[in-house]
Design a protein around this ligand. Structure first.
Ligand code: SAM
Length: 229
């Protein structure tokens, strides 16, 4: 059984798409898509030997070698331009996801959809998408086994979800998620706010310029969280 987190990602893959799953680990996501007959070609990329081997074993045990190509390499270097329609990058921090996209952006020509699942720091991913003219077309937030996950979908065409006034806030919280304000969303940001307040309360007696700046940043984020909760 695929996790709810990866099922949410899989649901955004369109029938017949060719997919590259970068940092695939056990290749659960491409295997699920292949077994469902949703896709006819996938690349499962891995940079680390252990997970690479897990991916190979999983693909073999399901006899999906004719659909899924397991390749070793860093980020998008495992695909050729034009080889896939969609790229999925899941279960990593937003900073790492953004850096994989940045480093491999010449490989994204011909890719029409990115489905990204940052565990933390989704803001970095939204900012990279904006910088590179990808349109954020959908977002999801969900809780599984006590952890909260976000899924971001971006396409080459569409209408920007950002407003002129609220863009900074929307980049942090997610324009769609902010509109929806689901229970999980509120739980996430009230938790973050609590943590920021805790950090702030422990910082009070240091006075270096860096600490002052850090305090200001925290206070700013806390005020944003207060506005939206
Ligand atoms: N995508 C799977 C998921 O969501 O369940 C696995 C997530 S796992 C926490 C992250 C995986 O990404 C690890 O197996 C790691 O080896 C791989 N990884 C990290 N950086 C990578 C990179 N630059 N290129 C390819 N794989 C990478």
């Amino acid at each position: 059984n695929l996790s709810r987190r990866l099922t949410a990602v899989a649901n955004h893959v369109e029938n017949g798409m060719k997919v590259a799953d970068i940092g695939s680990d056990h290749a659960y996501l491409p295997c699920y898509l292949a077994v469902q007959n949703k896709i006819s070609f996938a690349v499962a990329g891995e940079v680390t030997d252990g997970p690479l081997q897990s991916a190979q074993e999983q693909v073999k045990s399901l006899q999906m070698e004719h659909v899924i190509n397991v390749r070793k390499g860093d980020g998008l270097e495992v695909i050729a331009p034009g080889e896939v329609d969609a790229v999925t990058i899941c279960g990593m921090g937003g900073i790492l996801i953004a850096s994989i996209l940045e480093k491999g952006k010449d490989k994204l020509e011909g890719v029409s959809k990115l489905i990204l699942q940052p565990n933390v720091a989704a803001k970095w991913v939204r900012e990279w998408l904006e910088k590179e003219d990808w349109v954020l077309t959908a977002e999801e937030i969900l809780k599984e086994d006590g952890k909260i996950y976000e899924v971001l979908v971006a396409e080459k065409a569409g209408t920007s979800p950002y407003s002129v006034q609220g863009k900074e806030k929307e980049l942090l919280f997610g324009p769609y998620l902010l509109k929806e304000k689901s229970d999980v969303f509120q739980e996430k940001w009230s938790g973050e706010k609590k943590q920021w307040n805790n950090i702030l309360s422990q910082m009070n007696n240091s006075e270096s310029p860096e600490t002052e700046q850090r305090k200001k940043d925290l206070q700013y984020k806390i005020s944003l969280a207060e506005e939206i909760l």
